[in-house]
Design a protein around this ligand. Structure first.
Ligand SMILES: [Zn+2]
Length: 79
């Protein structure tokens, strides 16, 4: 059996990290900012689409997870 060829389409997004630009860190209480990086379904938007730098993408993911625990953001949405 041959391995199925998986082609991943790479969409380049310019790195203009708003957290670097404004010199701030993602905070779990900034729901307005965090919700921009959460999809309709409640999933965190990945580094390939968010345009956030690697460091802030990590911090962002952590902030979103904290916000979920604090019930500020949903774990799953739109079901
Ligand atoms: Zn950054």
């Amino acid at each position: 059996m041959r391995k199925a060829q998986v082609k991943k389409r790479i969409i380049k997004v310019p790195r203009n990290c708003e957290f670097c630009k404004d010199k701030k860190e993602p905070q779990f209480k900034d729901v307005a900012i965090l919700s921009k990086y959460v999809s309709e379904r409640g999933r965190i938007i990945g580094k390939d689409r968010s345009g956030v730098c690697a460091k802030h993408q990590r911090h962002l993911a952590r902030a979103i997870k904290r916000a979920r625990v604090m019930a500020l953001l949903p774990f799953v949405a739109g079901l």
